[in-house]
Design a protein around this ligand. Structure first.
Ligand code: FAD
Length: 475
C-alpha cells in the first residue's frame, strides 16, 4: 500500500512518554514521525495535568502563606482574585513549555503529524487529520508506514455513569479551566489529583466536601504523613466522607444534588455548585486499533509489555499511562528512553527499584519505596528514623514546622528501603531518598553525608542518624 510518510519509528501520542521517546529515537539516528491529535505536544501532563495544576497550586500556596504573616508582624490586605488573569498566567506557563517542545521537535527533525492515529496493520498507522483546538476531524486521512513503533497514547479521566451531564460536573481538565469559584464543591475521589484541585478551589474561596470509597485519603502514602496533611487542611472541609460512595446525583437549578451511601454519608442529599470527579484514569489501549497490529490489550485497556517495553509484537513498544500504574509523568519519560534505546538495539531494560510519588498540596506529601504498612504486610523487619521538623531550624524560621521526615531501613542490612516527607517542599527533597534507595545506601551513608545547614533537606540526614541512634538534634 502507498504511504504518505515513511519512517523508522512511529510514536503514537505526544505526551511526556511520546515526546521523550521521539526525541531519544531521533537522537539515536532514527527518522521519526510523532502523531498527536491535539494542536500542542505535551499530552495530559503539560496541557491539562502536572503543569497547569502546579501553576495554580503555587498561587494558592502563596495566598495561604501570607494569611499567617500577621503573626510575624507583616499584614497584607485580603486578596482580590482576577480569574481571567489567573487563567492567562496558567495558559502562559503551559504555552511556554509546549512551545519549547515544538521547537525541540523541529530541531531534531521529528515530523509531527496532527491527527487521530489508528493501526491498520503491524506496519501502518492511519492518521485522521484533526484541526482547531480540539479533535475535530477534517476528513483528510494519511497513512504512515513504519519499521518500529512506540505506543504512548496515555489515559483519560474515568467518568462516573450516574453523574449528570452538566457543566457543573467536571473532571480534572474541566476543573483546571477554572470556570468559576463555587461556594460548595464536592470532590469525588480522595486521591492526589482531587486533593490538589480541591486545595486550589478552597484557597480561592470554596468550601469542600470529599467522598472516598476507601478508609483514608491519599491512598498509597504512609498514614502518618497523611495525618499531618489532614490536620493542617481540616479547615478546608465541611465533610470528609470515608468508606462512602456517591450513589446518585441530579442536576437542579440550585446545584447538583448528590446522594451518598456508607459510613461517612450525611443523612440528607447535599447540594453543590461544582462536582469534581477524580476517581482515577483509564488507559486508551482500546481506542487505537491495536488488534489490527496484533498488539494485545487487557480487558481494562492496558497494553502488557516486557522489561524493554516491548508488546507481544516485538517491533511495537508501549510506554506511560497506557502500560499501567503508577500513572506518572516521570515514569513515562524513563520508560520512553528505554523503549527508544531498545528499538535502536541497545541492551537496556526498565529496572527502577522505586518511583517517587508527590501530592503538591500544602503541606506537600512525598513518598518513595516501602511504607511502614507495606513493610508490615510483607513481614519485613524495618527500623525507622523519624526527624520532626519542630527540631529543624529552617522549618521553624519558615514558620512551617508541622512536617517530618521518616526513613525506613532494613533491620538486617541497614539499607534504606523507603521514606516519606510531609512538609513544605517535600516533593523537591524526595529525589534524594529515591537516589539513596537506588544506590543501596545505609543509615551511615545518609547520616554521614554532610547536608547544608540550615535546610529542610538536612532532615533526611538527621532521620538517618535517628535510625542509627546517633542524632543529637532531637530531644
Ligand atoms: P499522556 O500525557 O496522556 O499523553 C498521551 C497523548 O496521546 C495525548 O496528548 C493524547 O492526545 C495523545 N493520543 C491519545 N490517543 C491518540 C491517538 N489515537 N492519536 C493521536 N494522539 C493520541 N504526573 C506527575 O508525574 N506529576 C504530577 O504532578 C501530575 N499531575 C497531574 C495532574 C492532573 C490533573 C492529571 C490529570 C494528571 C497528572 N499527572 C501527574 C499524571 C501525568 O499527567 C501522566 O502520568 C502523564 O501525562 C502520562 O504521560 P503519557 O505520555 O503516558 O500520556
Amino acid at each position: 500500500a502507498g504511504a504518505d510518510f515513511e519512517c523508522d519509528m512511529l510514536v503514537l501520542g505526544g505526551g511526556p512518554g511520546g515526546y521523550s521517546a521521539a526525541f531519544r529515537a531521533a537522537d539515536l539516528g532514527m527518522k521519526v514521525v510523532l502523531v498527536e491529535r491535539y494542536p500542542t505536544l505535551g499530552g495530559v501532563c503539560l496541557n491539562v495535568g502536572c503543569i497547569p495544576s502546579k501553576a495554580l497550586l503555587h498561587v494558592a500556596a502563596v495566598m495561604d502563606e501570607v494569611k499567617h504573616f500577621a503573626d510575624l508582624g507583616v499584614s497584607f490586605g485580603a486578596p482580590t482574585v482576577d480569574l481571567d488573569k489567573l487563567r492567562a498566567h496558567k495558559a502562559k506557563v503551559v504555552g511556554k513549555l509546549t512551545g519549547g517542545l515544538a521547537a525541540m521537535a523541529k530541531m531534531r527533525k521529528v515530523t509531527v503529524v496532527r491527527g487521530y492515529g489508528s493501526f491498520l496493520d503491524p506496519h501502518h498507522v492511519q492518521v485522521e487529520e484533526t484541526a482547531g483546538p480540539g479533535q475535530d476531524k477534517t476528513g483528510k486521512k494519511q497513512v504512515v508506514r513504519f519499521r518500529q513503533a512506540i505506543i504512548a497514547a496515555g489515559s483519560q479521566a474515568v467518568r462516573l455513569p450516574f453523574l449528570p451531564d452538566d457543566e457543573r460536573v467536571v473532571d480534572s481538565t474541566g476543573a483546571l479551566e477554572l470556570p468559576q469559584v463555587p461556594k460548595r464543591m464536592l470532590i469525588v475521589g480522595g486521591g492526589i489529583i482531587g486533593l490538589e484541585m480541591g486545595t486550589v478551589y478552597s484557597t480561592l474561596g470554596a468550601r469542600l466536601d470529599v467522598v472516598e470509597m476507601l478508609d483514608g485519603l491519599m491512598q498509597g502514602a504512609d498514614r502518618d504523613l497523611v495525618k499531618v496533611w489532614q490536620k493542617m487542611n481540616a479547615a478546608r472541609f465541611d465533610h470528609i466522607m470515608l468508606k462512602t460512595k456517591t450513589v446518585g446525583a441530579e442536576a437542579t437549578k440550585d446545584g447538583i444534588l448528590v446522594r451518598f451511601e456508607g459510613e461517612g454519608a450525611p443523612k440528607e442529599p447535599q447540594l453543590y455548585d461544582l462536582v469534581l470527579q477524580a476517581v482515577g484514569r483509564a488507559p486508551n489501549g482500546k481506542k487505537i486499533g491495536a488488534d489490527q497490529a496484533g498488539v494485545a490489550v487487557t480487558e481494562r485497556g492496558f497494553i502488557p509489555v516486557d522489561v524493554q517495553m516491548r508488546t507481544n509484537v516485538p517491533h511495537i513498544f508501549a510506554i506511560g499511562d497506557i502500560v499501567g500504574q503508577p500513572m506518572l509523568a516521570h515514569k513515562a519519560v524513563h520508560e520512553a528512553h528505554v523503549a527508544a534505546e531498545a528499538a535502536a538495539g541497545e541492551k537496556v531494560a526498565f529496572d527502577a527499584r522505586v518511583i517517587p510519588s508527590v501530592a503538591y498540596t500544602d503541606p506537600e506529601v512525598a513518598w518513595v519505596g516501602l511504607t511502614e504498612d507495606q513493610a508490615k504486610a510483607e513481614g519485613r523487619k524495618v527500623k525507622k528514623g523519624l526527624f520532626p521538623w519542630s527540631a529543624s531550624g529552617r522549618a521553624i524560621a519558615n514558620g512551617r514546622d508541622e512536617g517530618f521526615t521518616k526513613l525506613l531501613f532494613d533491620e538486617e542490612t541497614h539499607r534504606i528501603v523507603g521514606g516519606g516527607i510531609v512538609g513544605t517542599h517535600a516533593g523537591d527533597m524526595i529525589g534524594e531518598i529515591a537516589l539513596a534507595i537506588e544506590m543501596g545506601a545505609d543509615e551511615i551513608d545518609i547520616g554521614k553525608t554532610i547536608h547544608p545547614h540550615p535546610t529542610l533537606g538536612e532532615s533526611i540526614g538527621m532521620a538517618a542518624e535517628v535510625a542509627h541512634g546517633t542524632c543529637t538534634d532531637v530531644p
